[in-house]
Design a protein around this ligand. Structure first.
Ligand SMILES: [Zn+2]
Ligand SMILES: [Zn+2]
Length: 487
């Protein structure tokens, strides 16, 4: 009854102000959270809450108010000076997300917050819950890993709803990486080792799923805030949980190296390897983790060798007529880099529209096109790899023995695969009997295709094997020509 009383007070106007109409929002909040937590312990009461729409609506609102109301958070912080204040995150998880039916909880979120917040607002609240945990990690003696675990679980559940792209567009990957860095910077404490290991595993799984799903942007942001340092510092918890170690390995052995064809990624990796060296992080690592890291470093080294020192330095300023090294980024797209505020302001008249379009695209799950610098470098890598694989490709052509002939390297796979079956988008563009192509990943679903037509067409009466011989000879002796985009 008490709860329903509060619910009605809260839902009376339907606006967030209602909570503040009750004399002390922090006391009310604490009372409600505590009560609902107690109910969760008793099956019949928990079932009652789950089946009472008004109360579920209240829980969702509490979860939003906790973030949205500075007055409430200030009061809570005052009431709980030395410990982490009570939070509604666990209630949301227990009463809503254990329904295991994304459509039903998505509809409930929508109806509870109807008109007051919008989906973008809900995405922001979910991420702010995690960000506050991250800040709290440096604030309190005892790290709130328990809460962090719950918030990470909530985030994962929200990804099964239409909020998916909105979460990514609000830089969820960076926020989750920051959490990893903070958690793994704390000393190992056996009292919370299991929970921390759970967090590490969840973060690694999250990154494995989403680190590049809206393009290179999120991967680069993650690397920039210390992804590699965070992963290397995670080893004490990886030994607590074997499954966490497996995701760690998948990230470093394949998932991140797949993007080593892009200079923007290599630049960040190069910087991180330096930092890891300076911090002496490798010294403390156990052999199993070290093996994974050495393979990563070795593979990075192969690609870093193809880049010049200038390319690996700071990106140059996007300001018009300025090519100074830039150390600041546009906070809207996190893509354009500038040397100064003045350059950014001057460039806004042209960058503004691009920046807004990019953000809009990300919100709708469309990864932005690859940057020119990244494409040029990736095509250079492709040319290099073709040169290395020439003999194998020519041998495959000889064995296959039919026209048209083509060969390509698919970098959306890891390790990259060399094949002689062109995808239809390339085949449609072939105007002669021979072509080579390459496939570059952009996000986890999009790909960009590049090809060069070798310009050889079978003359009248020429048998297949004659043409094949000519192509093999041409490819075997000449440098790989430049590629052009076909999709
Ligand atoms: Zn921008
Ligand atoms: Zn500049």
């Amino acid at each position: 009854m008490g709860l329903l009383y509060y619910c009605r007070a809260l839902l009376r106007t339907g606006t967030p102000v209602a909570l503040l109409e009750i004399d002390s929002p922090a006391h009310t909040f604490t009372a409600m959270v505590t009560l609902l937590r107690m109910y969760a312990e008793v099956d019949s009461l928990a079932a009652l809450v789950r089946n009472t729409r008004e109360v579920l609506s209240l829980i969702i609102k509490l979860w939003v108010f906790e973030i949205w109301h500075t007055h409430l958070s200030t009061q809570l912080a005052e009431m709980f000076r030395d410990s982490y204040p009570p939070t509604s995150a666990g209630l949301l998880h227990f009463y809503l997300f254990t329904r295991r039916d994304p459509d039903s909880y998505s509809a409930m979120l929508d109806s509870a917050l109807e008109g007051s917040l919008g989906r973008q607002g809900i995405a922001l609240v979910a991420l702010e819950h995690i960000r506050r945990n991250t800040v709290a990690c440096t604030q309190y003696q005892k790290i709130p890993v328990e809460n962090m675990r719950t918030n990470l679980l909530n985030l994962t559940c929200l990804h099964s709803t239409p909020l998916h792209s909105l979460l990514l567009s609000q830089n969820s990957v960076r926020i989750v990486t920051e959490a990893l860095v903070v958690i793994t910077s704390a000393p190992f404490d056996s009292a919370n080792a299991e929970t921390t290991a759970d967090c590490v595993q969840q973060i690694c799984e999250y990154l494995h799923k989403y680190i590049a799903s809206d393009g290179l942007n999120s991967l680069n942001q993650s690397l920039e805030v210390g992804l590699l340092v965070g992963l290397l510092k995670a080893h004490p918890w990886l030994s607590v949980k074997k499954s966490a170690f497996d995701v760690f390995t998948a990230l470093l052995a394949a998932h991140v190296p797949r993007y080593f064809i892009y200079i923007s990624v290599l630049r960040q990796v190069h910087k991180s390897i330096d930092i890891i060296q300076q911090l002496g992080l490798k010294d403390a690592m156990p052999e199993v983790c070290l093996e994974v890291w050495h393979a990563f470093e070795k593979y990075a080294g192969v690609r870093l060798n193809l880049a010049s020192a200038a390319e690996l330095g700071l990106a140059s300023c996007r300001g018009s007529e300025c090519s100074e090294p830039s150390s600041m980024r546009c906070s809207g797209c996190w893509e354009a880099a500038y040397c100064s505020k003045a350059c950014q302001m001057a460039a806004w008249s042209t960058h503004g529209a691009i920046c807004t379009a990019r953000m809009h695209g990300r919100q709708n799950g469309i990864p932005p096109d690859l940057g020119e610098e990244d494409i040029q470098f990736a095509l250079r890598v492709a040319q290099h790899d073709f040169e290395e694989n020439k003999a194998a490709i020519c041998a495959k052509w000889t064995d296959d023995g039919k026209l048209p002939i083509s060969a390509g390297i698919d970098y959306s796979m890891f390790p990259p695969t060399v094949g002689i079956d062109p995808p239809s988008v390339v085949r449609e563009q072939m105007s002669s009997d021979a072509a080579i192509y390459t496939i570059l990943p952009q996000g986890t679903t999009e790909k960009e295709y590049y090809m060069c037509d070798l310009g050889l067409t079978r003359g009248a009466g020429d048998p297949d094997d004659e043409t094949i011989k000519v192509v093999i000879q041409m490819v075997g002796t000449q440098p790989v020509p430049a590629f052009f985009r076909v999709n």
